[in-house]
Structures are given as structure tokens and as C-alpha cells.
Design a protein around this ligand. Structure first.
Ligand code: DAH
Length: 359
């Protein structure tokens, strides 16, 4: 019995001293493994007399249970210590602010295009598109701008290089969105109501001109459309776009593709060098328009004896500058992040008639 007490003390001390899982396991094997000291003693029970066995058996079993329990507790303590050590190095500061996800903004030109499209969609216009590299005929001839017409020179056209051996005039970077009128009527005929927003190009560069800019074309063809319809549509549009009643002024003008033609001004006022649309007694020119010229209808395959309608062309960038008070057009296309963050719009805040057009 003394031997058993000695064994218990020795192994409990070894278990308590085990510095890691491996040391603990070695101790367990030494005591309770197949050839462990305690196991060997238990195997010796068979050779004892029944009387000896009666005291030694329970004592050995108790020893075995005590050691097993001590080992389990020591193992749990080691695991706790290991976890605590890990937690001490791998902690997370939940009070840190979340990492910001870089988020782009909607460019004012895209925003304004969406705003304009939403308003015209509400007025029954759908969106049409055409190529930015346009042929001479669609960009000029079909719009009643013949080869000798001064408008060709005035437009500062970018010409593509002519294909080798071709006797066709070179393609151009479209100088306006008006050729989309022709393409749309050629494909869909009359009646129609479309707007055509997009990029256009002219060799020009100063505070209010960039070689690439944006226009939006409008076209409404039916049997009895008049200038009165044009005036109403534009006034509805400007009032919705600027979020306030806006008066228009029609001035007689000349475009080869419309007859009669009018330039349209909107009511405004200048306060401290800033323009305010929809107030005051000044006027600001914003677009060209008129009744589509019979020659243009004919070129596009629409019979002018049966159909008539209005067209207009407006600068989108100009609209964005006016509405959102952006002074320099050139900055629109500099891709300066500070500018984009300042003038950009929230990506998911899409303008709609229901949700609102004005930000
Ligand atoms: N295409 C003209 C330009 O770029 C603008 C324009 C004027 C378009 C009158 C039209 C229009 O449709 O009827 O300056």
C-alpha cells in the first residue's frame, strides 16, 4: 500500500509539472500505457492471493482513476493556457471603424443624361443611338448640308483617313447627334418620338469647348406636329429639369436641316457672376431647333407630303454646368479624382420621375 501511495505522489507531481501536451502524454504512458507502471501492477493482481487482491485491487483501481482524472484536468488546463496565449496575440479590436470600400461616383454628364432621358421618357420619347464614327452622307448630306455649305467648315470636323484607293469621302467623327435622326427614320419610318444622347466631336478647345462633348437630339414626327408642340415639350422639359417654372424664348435662326428654325433661350438671371435659371429677365441660349426640313425627311425615306415634325439639338455638358454650377467644361474630362468626388453623384441614386430628377 505504501508503494501505491508513493506511485500516486510521484505521478501526480509529474502530471502537475508537465509543461505541455507532450510531457503530459509521456507521463500518462509511463503510468497507464500498456507497459506503464500502474498497468504492470494491475496485471500482477492475477498472481496474488484472494486476500491480497481484495485490498490491492480497489487501491490500484482508485490510483488509476485518480491519475486519469488528474491527467484530464491537466490537459484541459493546458488547452486553456494555449487558447489564452493565442487570444493574447490574435485579438481583434472591434471598436475599429470598418474598412471603407472604395466607391466611384456618377459623372455629372451621365447623371444629366439620365435625368434628361427620364423626363423625355415620361413625355413618350424613347432613346435612339447611332455610331460616333459616321459617314459623310449621314453627318452632312442627308441633313441638307451639301459639300460646299459653310456649316461643314464651321463644324471643325475631325476626318478619318480615307481608305486606300477609295473614291468615297472619308468618314468623320460625328459633329452632332443629328445623323441619328436620319438613321432612326431610315430604320423605323414615321411616326416617331425619340431622343438621341451621345458623344460628338469638333476641333475646338477653350473654357467652354472641348474636342469631345455631348449632345442630345430630339425628333418627333407625325401627321400634324407643329412648332407649338415643340414649344410645349421644351418648356415642360426645362421646368422638370431645373425643378422650377422656366420660360423659353424662340429666336428665328437658320439650320440647313430645319425650316423654319429657331434658337431657344431660357429665362435666367445673373447674381454675383452666377447664373440662376428660371428667374429674372435675362436669356441664355441653350439649343437649336425647328421643323424638320422636307429634304431631310426625303433623304431618310419619309414622305414629307404625309409627315412633318420638329427636331432639336442641345448640349448636355452645358446643361450640367448650368444645373449644378460647374464653371469650367474642360475639367469634365480631366479625370481628376477630387473633381469627380466633388461633382459626382451617388451610384445607386438613379434619377426617375417618381423618385425625383433634382439632386
Ligand atoms: N445639330 C445642331 C448643332 O450641332 C443642333 C441642332 C439644331 C439640332 C437644330 C437640331 C436642330 O435637331 O433642329 O449645332
Amino acid at each position: 500500500m505504501d508503494g501505491i501511495t508513493g506511485l500516486r505522489d510521484r505521478y501526480l507531481a509529474a502530471i502537475a509539472a508537465a509543461a505541455d501536451e507532450q510531457a503530459l502524454e509521456d507521463t500518462r504512458v509511463a503510468a497507464l500505457g500498456k507497459k506503464g507502471e500502474v498497468s504492470l501492477l494491475m496485471r500482477g493482481l492475477g498472481k496474488m492471493t484472494p486476500e491480497e487482491r481484495q485490498t490491492a485491487g480497489p487501491a490500484l483501481n482508485a490510483l488509476k482513476d485518480d491519475l486519469n482524472q488528474a491527467i484530464a484536468m491537466a490537459r484541459a488546463a493546458l488547452a486553456d493556457a494555449a487558447l489564452n496565449a493565442r487570444l493574447a496575440t490574435e485579438w481583434t479590436d472591434v471598436t475599429l471603424p470598418a474598412r471603407a470600400t472604395p466607391q466611384g461616383t456618377i459623372h455629372p454628364v451621365s447623371q444629366v443624361m439620365d435625368e434628361i432621358s427620364a423626363i423625355f421618357a415620361d413625355l413618350g420619347f424613347s432613346v435612339a443611338e447611332g455610331p460616333q464614327i459616321e459617314n459623310d452622307w449621314h453627318n452632312f448630306d442627308a441633313l441638307n448640308i451639301p459639300g460646299h455649305h459653310p456649316a461643314r467648315a464651321e463644324m471643325d470636323t475631325f476626318y478619318m483617313s480615307r481608305r486606300e484607293g477609295s473614291n468615297q469621302p472619308p468618314h468623320v467623327l460625328r459633329t452632332h447627334t443629328s445623323p441619328v435622326q436620319i438613321r432612326h427614320m431610315q430604320e423605323h419610318g414615321a411616326p416617331c418620338r425619340i431622343i438621341a444622347p451621345g458623344r460628338v466631336y469638333r476641333a475646338d478647345y477653350d473654357q467652354t469647348h472641348t474636342p469631345m462633348f455631348h449632345q442630345i437630339e430630339g425628333l418627333a414626327i407625325d401627321r400634324d406636329i407643329t412648332m407649338a408642340n415643340l414649344k410645349w415639350v421644351l418648356e415642360e422639359f426645362f421646368s422638370a429639369f431645373f425643378g422650377t417654372g422656366v420660360k423659353t424664348r424662340f429666336r428665328a435662326s437658320h439650320f440647313p436641316f430645319t425650316e423654319p428654325s429657331a434658337e431657344v433661350d431660357i429665362q435666367c438671371e445673373w447674381v454675383d457672376g452666377q447664373v440662376r435659371v428660371g428667374e429674372g429677365s435675362d436669356w441664355l441660349e441653350v439649343l437649336g431647333s425647328g421643323m424638320v426640313h422636307p429634304k431631310v425627311l426625303t433623304a431618310a425615306g419619309v414622305d414629307p407630303a404625309e409627315w412633318q415634325g420638329f427636331a432639336f439639338g442641345m448640349g448636355i455638358d452645358r446643361m450640367a454646368m448650368l444645373k449644378y454650377g460647374i464653371p469650367d467644361l474642360r475639367a469634365f474630362f480631366d479625370s481628376d479624382l477630387r473633381w469627380l468626388r466633388h461633382y459626382g453623384f451617388a451610384a445607386l441614386d438613379v434619377p426617375t420621375i417618381q423618385g425625383g430628377i433634382n439632386r
